[in-house]
Ligand binder design. Structure first.
Ligand SMILES: Nc1ncnc2c1ncn2[C@@H]1O[C@H](COP(=O)(O)OP(=O)(O)O)[C@@H](O)[C@H]1O
Ligand SMILES: [Mg+2]
Length: 478
């Protein structure tokens, strides 16, 4: 590792110059300072990667400087230089946070080695911090999009449950692609456990003979391949959340162990003899009908009840069509930023087409369809022509039809009543006009008005005779 910024602090000028020169030859940006106050002033001005510090300085002990240096830069590696025989000081220095100590006279190879080690550790530390930051960012982006009643309820649930440190187990149910993952992540990210691990386990993807050791860990020698002891995923998630996806596919033996864990908050590794306390919040998810699995004997009833204390049902997208447009806008916005593409917009008929499609693959399918469009097309406007054939309204479904059945269906009776009311409203209550708008004869309209209990509705002055005696509306005129 070259090019590190290194400060050498020693009041003996010859040693200082010698070290600085050597470090510069080794490719580092080295500088010398002669006492503690100069060192601190220098550190306050600009951070460095490493400090070589003499224990005996004219203005005090180097050991006493350590806390002040680390107040300025907590991760700063410091290598102390002590005179021969000062082992007591060296121990104090390491206790006070020095990375290493070197006895004078200094041997350059040894110094070189310690510098390499310290810089590497520092780089690793930085990487870890960046990873954690990245992790935090990844979760900061967990947006729960949707304006349907169902999604607002889900968001409320997430806010409530995510806020509990020792929260009860949660079971998220819903078809594939309805957002079970994103809800689990949101619960973790918005709760008090967010600084701890979130570990997702896909119970379907784990080979059956490995499920137990993956989840609960194993001791050395527990089975042929278990040369070393290993922590399981539940243990690794300590303090945080384990998301057990497709829990319906968990083998029965593991189900029994999981139930024990949920009840005692402690687990025993495979081949182990002691119970280990583990504070991991479990969120499970399934797209299977667990009641049926219980009835068939595939899923333990006791585990089902244990998990099902707080069930959270994510309805399929076709049952909440009002979420389709907000999700589409969210996905396109997100994908454009991720793929560094210029922003795109939807024509209103494209959004209508998306809203009228069934989305058997739910939000995931919607996201995939949009991603494909972004890749295949450059135009900034997404129109119905951009949509894949299965989503695109066919000529018959669109232009040819005067009304397209909404995904959730409609009550024909209520629709008829609604259209009659609208026609009367538009014609200011004039039945002749309303009948014309609806393609009916006046007699047929009158019959239907009676059928819907609208017989006495809003007669016009010249029609008062038909209006079951109701008074004309004041100020109404044709
Ligand atoms: N309500 C939502 N808000 C934002 N993104 C969502 C929402 N529902 C689903 N998604 C996104 O759709 C995709 C599929 O959702 P996912 O959570 O993986 O579904 P599941 O786990 O139920 O199969 C993911 O990219 C997810 O981020
Ligand atoms: Mg999932």
């Amino acid at each position: 590792m070259k090019g590190a910024r290194i400060l050498v602090c020693d009041d003996e000028m010859l040693i200082r110059l010698w070290l600085v020169e050597h470090l510069r030859e080794a490719g580092h940006a080295a500088e010398g300072v002669a006492d503690g106050s100069e060192l601190l002033a220098r550190l306050e001005r600009e951070p460095v990667d490493l400090v070589l510090l003499d224990v005996r300085l004219p203005d005090g002990s180097g050991v006493e400087l350590l806390p002040r240096m680390h107040a300025l830069d907590p991760g700063l590696p410091v290598i102390m230089m002590t005179a021969y025989g000062e082992i007591g000081t060296a121990v104090a220095a390491v206790r006070a946070g020095a990375e290493h100590f070197l006895e004078k006279p200094i041997r350059l190879e040894e110094l070189q080695l310690l510098i390499e080690q310290s810089l590497e550790r520092r780089a690793l530390h930085r990487e870890l911090e960046q990873y954690r930051d990245g992790h935090r960012w990844q979760f900061a982006d967990v947006a729960l999009v949707g304006r349907s009643y169902a999604m607002r309820k889900v968001a409320e649930f997430v806010a409530r449950m995510g806020g509990r440190a020792g929260g009860p187990n949660v079971l998220i149910r819903g078809e594939s692609g309805t957002g079970k993952d994103v809800v689990a992540r949101a619960m973790h990210a918005r709760g008090p456990r967010h600084a701890h691990p979130f570990i997702k386990v896909n119970c379907t993807a784990l080979p059956e003979h490995l499920v137990e050791s993956e989840l609960f860990g194993h001791e050395a020698g527990a089975f042929t391949d278990a040369r070393e002891a290993k922590k399981g995923l539940l243990e690794l998630a300590h303090g945080g959340t384990a998301f057990l996806d497709e829990i319906g596919d968990m083998p029965r033996a593991a189900q029994a162990k999981l139930l024990g864990f949920l009840e005692t908050h402690s687990l025993r590794r495979v081949g182990g003899v002691r119970d280990i306390e583990v504070d991991t919040h479990v969120i499970a998810a399934t797209n299977r009908n667990l009641e049926a699995a219980v009835a068939q004997g595939d899923f333990r009833e006791d585990l089902f009840y244990r998990l099902n204390v707080f069930p959270l049902e994510l309805p399929p997208l076709r049952d909440r069509p009002e979420d389709i447009a907000p999700l589409a806008l969210h996905f396109v916005d997100m994908l454009c930023r991720e793929l560094r593409l210029p922003p795109r917009h939807f024509s209103s008929d494209a959004l209508v087409a998306l809203e009228q499609y069934e989305w058997p693959g739910n939000a995931r399918q919607l996201k995939n369809v949009l991603e494909r469009i972004l890749f295949l097309e450059d135009a900034s406007l997404i129109t119905p022509a951009s949509l894949p054939p299965e989503v695109r309204p066919s000529a018959a479904a669109g232009a040819g039809r005067i009304f397209v059945l909404p995904p959730a269906g409609v009550s024909l009776d209520a629709l008829e009543r609604e259209l009659i009311c609208q026609a009367l409203d538009r014609m200011d209550g004039n039945k002749t006009g309303a009948a014309r708008l609806l393609g009916l004869s006046r007699d047929t309209l009158r019959y239907r008005l009676e059928k819907h209990g609208l017989g006495a509705g809003r007669p016009r002055p010249e029609e008062a005779d038909e209006g079951a005696g109701a008074a004309p509306l004041p100020g109404a005129a044709n």
